[in-house]
Structure formats: structure tokens, C-alpha cells
Write a protein that binds this ligand. Structure first.
Ligand code: SF4
Ligand code: FES
Length: 248
């Protein structure tokens, strides 16, 4: 396949970025999107030019690092798929592909396609944990009965990989899907009840402080989420928040 790539290049967080066009030849349909990007970079390095910076780690859909906007869609055209698991067979010979970083106040661009997603770390640090009593009297977690349906839902919420596609897809750059998945994985389990009030209040406060917008129930986040995190999580987080505010 011959393709024309239009890639966002930005030297650093202060610099003014722009789209640069790169023609590429010999792309195989079995290559992953990131393997195609590797070839672009090999070409640039061989010419003595700066390679395109992009985030990646696991390349198997579990770390959430490979965040990029492909033809205006977070993680590209295939549903429930991260960029690293997207194959070039989804594109056609002669296609032009635009590749940009996430765009949100809470995710400032560091360089080219890499954004700073430490805002997500700070939201997690605000409450996405269960404090453990290490006195030696801790109850064995397996001795606490958990309803199967709730365990399954909690597990599903916990599959959020923190990639930020939900923010990138949202017209308000809202982080509600991410935050609510993290709130839900604890809210659904008895182990999470002890700190439930502080958790939701602190995480929502941090989310607002990081500059993310509010949810207007458009649902683009759920459509673009590579892990299929559902809007029900947002409804649950809102209920948890209301409960926390009312009951203190
Ligand atoms: S909710 Fe989905 S899109 Fe948002 S961070 Fe988690 S996995 Fe990524
Ligand atoms: S590189 Fe880890 S999810 Fe894509």
C-alpha cells in the first residue's frame, strides 16, 4: 500500500505545532499501525531527521499508552481496539491518514503525538484505592461474599486502561467515563464501601481541578473507548456523589 500521512509535529509544549505530510510506500495490511509508524521513523532517522515521538509500551492493548487521534477518531476506525492493535488492513491503498495527539486542556502536548496524562494519575491518587489495615487482623478478602453480577460489573469497570480516548472523543473534554470507571470498580464491591464517601468526593474534585469538562450525555466516550466502558458508570458515579454530598 502507498499512503499519505499527515502527522502533527510539535517540538515541545511551548512550540506552535503543524501538520507535516509524509508519503509512505510498501505498507503491508498485516502490519500494526505502530509498526507502520516505526517504518516512518526509520526513514526519518536514515535521512537524519527527527523521528515522530509517540507513546507506546505493551503493544497488546493493556497499558493505554498508544494514544493518538487517527482520521479524527481516538485509536482510529476500529471499535474496541487500541492503536497498537489496529492493523493497516483497515486502510486502503492511496488513503490519506491524519495523525494527531489528544487535544484537551487536561492533556497538554509534550512533543509531537505525546501528551502529558499525569492528570489521570492524580485523579487515581485522589481515591482509587482501598486502604489496607496491616495490623495482622486483616480479614481475608476471599471471605467476603460478593454477588457474581456485581463482581462481573466491577471487573468490567476495572478494565479501563486509562488511555484517555474518552476525553479526546468528548466535545467537553470530559474525564467522566475514566473517573467513573475507577469509582465504580470500588463502589460495586463491599471492600470499597468504607472509603466510598471520600473517594468519590476527592476524585471528582481532582477531575475538576485538572480542567476536564462536564458530561452532557453525548456518549462519544463510550463509542470510542477501546475497552467498551459503559455510560452506566457515569450514572453510578453521579449517584455515589449525590449520596456522599447528602449523607456526608
Ligand atoms: S474509559 Fe475507556 S477511553 Fe476512557 S481511559 Fe478508560 S479505557 Fe480509555
Ligand atoms: S501500547 Fe499498550 S495499549 Fe497500546
Amino acid at each position: 500500500m502507498k499512503l499519505t500521512l499527515k502527522i502533527w509535529r510539535q517540538a515541545n509544549s511551548e512550540a506552535k505545532g503543524n501538520m507535516i505530510t509524509y508519503p509512505i510506500d510498501g505498507v503491508d495490511g498485516d502490519m500494526s499501525f505502530l509498526e507502520m509508524m516505526d517504518i516512518v521513523n526509520e526513514g526519518l532517522i536514515n535521512k537524519g531527521e527527527e523521528p515522530v515521538e509517540f507513546d507506546h509500551d505493551c503493544r497488546e492493548g493493556i497499558c493505554g499508552a498508544c494514544s493518538m487521534m487517527i482520521n479524527g477518531q481516538p485509536h482510529g476506525p476500529q471499535r474496541l481496539t487500541t492503536t497498537c492493535q489496529l492493523h493497516m488492513r483497515k486502510f486502503n491503498d492511496g488513503d490519506t491518514i491524519t495523525i494527531e495527539p489528544w487535544r484537551a486542556a487536561g492533556f497538554p502536548v509534550i512533543k509531537d503525538l505525546i501528551v502529558d496524562r499525569s492528570s489521570f494519575d492524580r485523579i487515581q491518587q485522589a481515591g482509587a484505592y482501598v486502604s489496607v489495615n496491616t495490623s495482622g487482623n486483616t480479614q481475608d478478602a476471599n471471605s467476603i461474599p460478593v454477588e457474581k453480577a456485581k463482581a462481573d460489573e466491577a471487573f468490567h469497570s476495572a478494565t479501563c486502561i486509562g488511555c484517555g480516548a474518552c476525553v479526546a472523543a468528548c466535545k467537553n473534554a470530559s474525564a467522566m467515563l475514566f473517573t467513573s470507571a475507577k469509582v465504580s470498580q470500588y463502589a460495586l464491591l463491599p471492600q470499597g464501601e468504607v472509603e466510598a464517601t471520600d473517594r468519590v468526593m476527592n476524585m471528582v474534585r481532582q477531575m475538576d481541578m485538572e480542567g476536564f469538562g462536564n458530561c452532557t450525555n453525548t456518549g462519544a466516550c463510550m463509542i470510542e473507548c477501546p475497552k467498551g466502558i459503559k455510560l452506566e458508570n457515569i450514572a453510578r458515579m453521579n449517584r455515589e456523589y449525590l449520596k456522599a454530598e447528602t449523607l456526608g
